[in-house]
Design a protein around this ligand. Structure first.
Ligand code: ZN
Length: 353
């Protein structure tokens, strides 16, 4: 009697239509649930003759496993189908993808980071200072005396507080946008005693008309080394190392005598033209050399004003424009390209990352 019921229920379970989630739920309630037919059949097991009970029990267990297997298989199929179903049934999967535009690093950032890496390898750390600087750090401490004609060498943006008609605005300005990164050298010397081995990368400002060759805002990096017995030979070796690391082993360096208020002696640094390899072209105006920066031994008066004993210590300083280096390294001919944010220009540096 019970065996006949089991056979009928088995046939029902095997034939059940489980197309939808509703049908699957009804199946669970009707067969495998706590009040379903299987639970009922297990209850009836006690009415079976003891001799048959074991065999019928096994048959019931197999039926229960069959029902659970059908239920779980279909449940997984339905869940997977729901996960893959499009949120918007009208979405066209054949459309080409929209490319994800990744930003690139700016060529000036790439070159600045390269310069920092090269000099960090020989022990230079990075120092920073304010872009709004006071007159003393930008000029006086660096040997530009009041009314000295050297101050006219740099056209300066002065910064005043207060409204246009206020008393502060009419008084002479004591703050300015730094015209070079050298005031950071002064700040480093004021803050620590030698040995000092620092580089100062940063943005500087000059009151200039913007053209292919000049800008009112650009970047410099300077290196300062102060210790006992530092000589011009140390300066030359550091510059040779730096140029060869940045531009390659076959690039030559030469020093030309020059003048800066804060170094004595002073020199300009030239390297062999990267375009013509020294043969002469229109970039180097036929000379085979291009200037990359200035250098010199720190003037003893600058050391003294910054709180360092010039009788005991000496040091060198050298610096260059990051735009200038970048233009030489990548043969960029117009300074304005750096600030125009034209992605056709900027994207060319992707492959250099
Ligand atoms: Zn050349």
């Amino acid at each position: 009697m019970l065996q006949e019921t089991i056979a009928r229920v088995r046939a029902e379970i095997e034939a059940a239509d489980l197309a939808t989630a509703e049908q699957l739920d009804q199946f669970r309630i009707a067969y495998t649930g706590r009040k379903g037919q299987l639970a009922d059949l297990f209850d009836q097991l006690k009415t079976v003759e003891p001799t048959d009970r074991r065999a019928v029990g096994q048959e019931l267990n197999q039926l229960k496993q069959l029902a659970q297997a059908r239920f779980e298989e279909r449940q997984q199929q339905l869940e997977a189908g729901a996960a893959n179903a499009p949120a918007d049934p009208t979405f066209d999967y054949t459309l080409p993808p929209v490319p994800q535009a990744l930003g690139t690093r700016h060529p000036l950032s790439l070159v600045r980071e390269e310069i920092v890496r090269i000099l960090a390898r020989i022990g230079f750390n990075v120092a920073e200072g304010p872009e709004i600087e006071d007159d003393w750090h930008n000029f006086t401490a660096l040997n530009f005396p009041e009314n000295h004609p050297a101050r006219d060498m740099q056209d300066t943006f002065f910064v005043k507080s207060g409204g246009a008609d206020s008393a502060e605005a009419k008084a002479p300005a004591s703050y300015l946008l730094r015209t070079h990164t050298s005031p950071v050298q002064v700040r480093v010397m004021q803050a620590q005693q030698p040995p000092i081995r620092s580089i100062m990368p940063g943005r500087v400002y000059r009151n200039e008309a913007i053209s292919a060759r000049a800008h009112m805002m650009f970047h410099q990096v300077e290196a300062l080394f102060i210790d006992e017995n530092v000589s011009f030979a140390d300066l030359k070796q550091t510059v040779y190392y730096f140029v060869q690391e940045l531009f390659g082993d076959d690039v030559q360096v030469r020093f030309r005598p020059s003048f800066f208020p804060f170094t004595e002696p002073s020199a300009e640094i030239d390297i062999t033209c990267l375009i013509c390899k020294g043969a002469g072209c229109n970039i180097c105006k036929g000379t085979g050399w291009v200037e990359i920066g200035g250098a010199g031994m720190v003037d003893p008066a600058v050391l003294e004003q910054s709180g360092i004993d010039p009788e005991r210590y000496s040091g060198y300083a050298w610096g260059m424009g990051i735009e200038r280096i970048t233009m030489l390294k990548y043969q960029i001919k117009d300074l304005r390209l750096f600030t125009e944010n034209d992605t056709r220009f900027l994207r060319q540096f992707e492959s250099l990352l």
